[in-house]
Design a binder for this molecule. Structure first.
Ligand SMILES: Cc1cc2nc3c(=O)[nH]c(=O)nc-3n(C[C@H](O)[C@H](O)[C@H](O)COP(=O)(O)O)c2cc1C
Length: 328
């Protein structure tokens, strides 16, 4: 179990935001799975993303890995809000939270999205601890819009909007989905940038609006030829996904994701700002076995997530990660 600001994630295993957490039936199955401690939606935008046949996923042959060319969800935020309302109302005795992953092209849309998420959170007693938000500035597949999270100056106008929402309501749990970084200066840039948002709350306690980081998203600009993909992948040309380039995930990025979790965990723990030391890490990237879950914890994650394994095995993935498949 891990408490992340106002939400409780128990067990500390989650699905990652992905194409298999996209529609109502998928969210319902994830919600009712006893091995997930929270359900994270696919990334929603205000109006929905124009998905076409170039947006797809392929699995690799030689390891449990994936390459995907998806953008954001075709379903709008309003659709996710209505589905989550339905699921919460159906099961009032549950305490499992939903984390709504969001992104959009400008801070104005993000502000409107946060307003409507707050309407849902405030519409029933107790729902403030049932609905959280994760900002995804790290999708590598949006044409003409490389992930802003690779440069803090690109992401800070968005973070300002999240911080404002937090200071208006300190019960709002806000997470950040980070890309895989490869240089030590990239980690310190994020840490210094986030630390700049710490303030004293009315009781004099230092507080930072950002409650957790999910590390990592997929590794962009990766290329897999069809012959290395299961069934050739999308198979429309020599590439596993139609655009050629896509986001690599699964076992192929496990070491890089562990390195990101470890780097952020150390920098957060060493911070002289107590509010930074409270930021939790959800570890993701190549988590396909109970041993990989354990490695994420050893690297510093307080909760662990997966996407590729969910795509491969459905919600049985979580039973496998919990180490229970053999027993039941
Ligand atoms: C098919 C697919 C779709 C994804 N879509 C999203 C998304 O909408 N938003 C997001 O933040 N991450 C998305 N991701 C990234 C995952 O959340 C996760 O960070 C990454 O895949 C690493 O985990 P894994 O190795 O278990 O797949 C997606 C990954 C996959 C494989």
């Amino acid at each position: 179990m891990v408490r992340i600001r106002s939400i409780e994630v128990s067990p500390s295993l989650v699905n990652c935001s992905c194409a298999w957490a996209s529609d109502l039936s998928q969210l319902q199955e994830l919600y009712h799975c006893q091995y997930t401690g929270a359900v994270i939606t696919r990334t929603a935008t205000l109006a929905g993303f124009a998905e076409d046949s170039s947006h797809t996923v392929a699995f690799l042959k030689d390891s449990l890995s994936s390459l995907n060319s998806y953008g954001y969800s075709p379903h709008s935020l309003a659709t996710y809000l209505s589905w989550i309302r339905t699921l919460l109302e159906q099961d009032p005795s549950s305490s499992k939270p939903f984390i709504i992953s969001i992104s959009d092209s400008s801070p104005v849309e993000i502000a409107a999205m946060l307003d409507s998420i707050q309407v849902l959170r405030k519409s029933q007693p107790g729902w403030q601890s049932r609905v959280a938000v994760e900002f995804n500035p790290s999708c590598p597949n949006i044409k003409g819009h490389p992930p802003p999270s690779y440069h803090f100056s690109g992401v800070s106008p968005f973070l300002d909007v999240f911080a404002k929402a937090f200071w208006e309501d300190e019960s709002l749990t806000i997470g950040l989905k980070l890309p895989p970084y490869v240089a030590s200066t990239q980690f310190t840039e994020v840490i210094d940038g986030i630390a700049a948002y710490t303030r004293l709350d009315p009781s004099g306690q230092p507080r930072n609006p950002f409650a957790y980081f999910t590390c990592t998203n997929t590794l962009g600009n990766s290329l897999v030829f069809s012959e290395l993909a299961v069934d050739g992948g999308a198979g429309v040309n020599q590439f596993a996904v139609p655009p050629g380039l896509g986001g690599l995930a699964g076992e192929a990025i496990h070491s890089l994701s562990l390195g990101n979790v470890y780097s952020f965990a150390r920098l957060l723990a060493e911070s002289d700002d107590p509010a930074m030391r409270e930021i939790v890490i959800i570890g993701a990237g190549g988590v396909t076995t109970p041993e990989a879950v354990e490695r994420m914890h050893r690297a510093g994650a307080k909760a662990v997530g997966c996407a590729t394994l969910l795509g491969k095995e459905g919600v049985a993935a979580f039973q496998r990660l919990a180490g229970r498949l053999a027993e039941e």
